[in-house]
Design a protein around this ligand. Sequence first.
Ligand SMILES: [Zn+2]
Length: 661
Amino acid sequence: MSEQVLSMPVPMKFNDVEYDITVKIDPVNRTIEGKNLITVNNPRELQLMLGAAYEVTQAEFNDGPLGVGREQANRAHIWNIPFYFRHQIQFLIQWRGTLASLDTSLDHQQTLGRPVAAGGESGSFLPDASNWYPRVVGQLARYKVSIELPSGQKGLVAGRLVEERDTGQAYQASFEFPHPAEGIDLMTGPYVIETQTHQSINHKPIQLRTYFHPQVSSLSKDYLDAVKRYLDLYESWIGEYPYMEFSVVSSPTPTGFGMPTLTYLGIDVLQLPFIRDTSLGHEVLHNWWGNGVYPDYSSGNWSEGLTTFMADYAYKEREGSEAAREMRLGWMRDFAALQPGQDAPLTVFTSRTHGASKIVGYNKAAMFFFMLRDYLGDTVFQRGIQGIWKVQRFRITSWQELQKIFEMISGQNLHSFFSQWLERTGAPAITISDVKNIAMDSGYELSITLKQSEPAYQLRVPVAIENSTGTTTHILDLQQEQQVFTLKLTDKPLSVSLDPDLRLFRQLTRGEAPPILREVMVNATTQTILLSAKVDIRKIAETLTGKLQDRKPQIAAPDEPLSAASTLVIGLKPEVDAWLAANQLPARPDEINNKGTAQVWTLARAEGASLAIISARDAASLEALIRPLPHYGRQSYLAFDAQQVIEKGIWPMQVQKVAVK
Ligand SMILES: [Zn+2]
């Protein structure tokens, strides 16, 4: 406790909950039988719940029977417990039921949207949200779980392995999670287990394990080595790893979850070579943010943003400043392509999982931490990160609490910084509206007028001023919708660029954001021009457009002048080249010219509307695009060889740059 520089009084905890669960699962016959002894210290009014899929065989508490908690089958069991004058109450509930059959065809999104306990020989997954065990509603709880499985199957929950036995007939393992946890997910499978021990920063042993299906068990060592590197990195960066174990567990469904002490990744996902360098680190870091300090979902989930900033984004920073800038550009470009109604303030992002709106909940939030670091400086930001860990470990933590910690450590009032980025939708649109330079006796006086959308944000806007010897960055404190800044310079300024390094989260202007395919896909006013007169080609092109736009396409005639609306053009190669020439548009770009059987690219138009072209060699090459192309909305150009992408990329950003006269 002495290390807690910022200690806060610990409130008396009501409904302090502990579970002692014994569960027997037969994955092949998909049966489950369990017993939970629930202890509640300092009880207040509370509610117990068990999912509808189960039958209660026994339920009692200190004063006698509880009843089964429902009047009708197919309803959840719910017990409302009034307030008793006691220090402690205990409930003993036994239940049994059948697991749904595991559907390995589900993708990650579907697995997330399906809080169902499912089992099978290749694996069982009992997510907490399926209410597979009787629990106290809305309370964090410590727990012990003992799992019994038939021989050949292994199983686990998050926590410390306290006992493990494999008798040849059965496998039994007991786990303990001594901190208040949000819930319990249980996994089983025909696992091969590898174990290694790693030393924590404070020389405590951390037991590392892989629970891998036989087909991926050869990857075990590489994964364990990578986990060690991430533990070392984040311990030195944030503070001691909070647990004594970490496991990587394979899943028969293509999912990716981070839970305390473990990550559950699909067999196919584990085989992708880049996972060890990206997603694995993200999941390990969730032991600090998300599963170590819990977000307060009612006021917005900050943990995905901070995890993205300190994992995915941090790895790009290590690669180099160019790679990092590229990632920030990607975040802002995706944000610029959002359609009305898709944006929401960060305080409203409450998803617990990886599926939901990444553009705001992950990317804008990661950019928030990036800007906070710029605002406070590296050292103070770093101390803030460590402060959060010291003070809020295993506590539900809101954005406001993060603000308080950063304020205490920096000695600055961060109210307007936090509220403008968290409570508002959208982003400021900033432009250089005027630049004037006056030659003085001793140097130059440069006036820069900046404008931003209303209501004004409080911004520190970086501008780069170029002279004959190089470029210097100045930070301008923009508080109003329009403001003039005067700089005294010794060298003659040649040009002024607005935030060329993309350090502010802002609405990129049409000219800045490189055009990407997604725009003609999501913009409901997009017109499609089919250049071919041949019936079969037109049919394929219409199907392709329907797939891209997910609605009935609006077809425009090819010989009409190009309208100001967002436009998609589809045709065979000679038709496309003729149309480009007739409309005085640039010829096909070098990046994809003469590559493969089909080329797709976007063009920036002076009037701002999006234009995308799809050019194919023949009917079959066009038809081959129907399946893959809708997945490449983030790209500016692509070349395909039949269904295979052989070239892709994004046009560079056009920085707002004004020449000084
Ligand atoms: Zn995450």
